[in-house]
Write a protein that binds this ligand. Structure first.
Ligand SMILES: [Zn+2]
Length: 247
């Protein structure tokens, strides 16, 4: 293949743009900010689950406290009624009086037991409410951290997109100046997977693969007309000769 040496040099610029584009896409795909956002989202989901469980515990315990309050007040009401009856003087039978006095004593004991039980449930409720408040605080802090991480990620992605846009514009300019057959050859080599399709020959090396060229290869390169499109015998990249090549 033949191509004007000036045109061949455009491939070096094209290669530089494509290398920058590869790096840009790699950075986009492996952006650490993306992983941070995902990690914070997982933590937020876990906190939300914990909050649901904690709210269930709080509402169960609240019901238990209400029930215990009801138990205490019904025992208290019955004891009040017994005491009122005793004080009224309407009960004259000594057997009835003794039964009532006995009941007042046992109701007082029962009330004390129920109040102890109520107190215990109230303490559990207090602990559960504190736990729920701590989770709510963690969710709030997590939200703030996540918003910050999302902003950092979006900023990084926007910067990469801006850079990519500029590189693609440069690429379009270069591509328009490279003849179709030379460009097709360049693209075919690049699609081969190595990513480098054109490099300078310098200090006796192919700079695409860094291989040192043999004396025979160098002689052939020197002898080749300037408009010959040369390929590296090792990596098959297009070898560009310039005044820097030191041939
Ligand atoms: Zn090479």
């Amino acid at each position: 293949m033949k191509a004007d040496p000036e045109v061949q040099r455009l491939l070096l610029d094209l290669q530089a743009v494509d290398t920058s584009l590869d790096r840009n896409r790699h950075r986009d795909a492996t952006l650490p900010e993306r992983a941070t956002v995902a990690e914070l989202q997982r933590a937020a989901d876990a906190d939300a689950d914990r909050a649901v469980r904690a709210r269930t515990v709080v509402s169960d315990l609240s019901r238990q406290v209400a029930r215990a309050e009801g138990d205490v007040s019904s025992v208290r009401a019955r004891a009040d009624r017994d005491r009122a009856l005793l004080a009224s003087g309407n009960v004259s039978s000594s057997r009835q009086l003794s039964d009532l006095e006995h009941e007042v004593v046992s109701l007082a004991k029962r009330q004390a037991e129920l109040e102890d039980a109520e107190l215990e449930v109230m303490e559990q409720l207090e602990v559960a409410e504190a736990e729920l408040a701590a989770i709510a605080a963690a969710i709030e802090a997590g939200e703030a951290a996540r918003a910050e991480a999302v902003a950092a990620r979006d900023g990084a992605l926007a910067a990469l997109a801006t850079e990519r846009e500029a590189l693609l514009a440069d690429r379009a300019d270069l591509v328009a100046r490279v003849p179709a057959d030379l460009l097709a050859s360049y693209e075919r080599i690049r699609s081969g997977g190595v990513g480098i399709a054109a490099g300078l020959v310098r200090y006796g090396r192919c700079e695409s693969c860094q291989m040192e060229l043999s004396r025979v290869d160098l002689d052939a390169i020197r002898a080749a007309p300037a408009d010959d499109v040369l390929r590296c015998p090792e990596c098959r990249a297009i070898m560009i000769r310039t005044e820097e090549s030191g041939l």
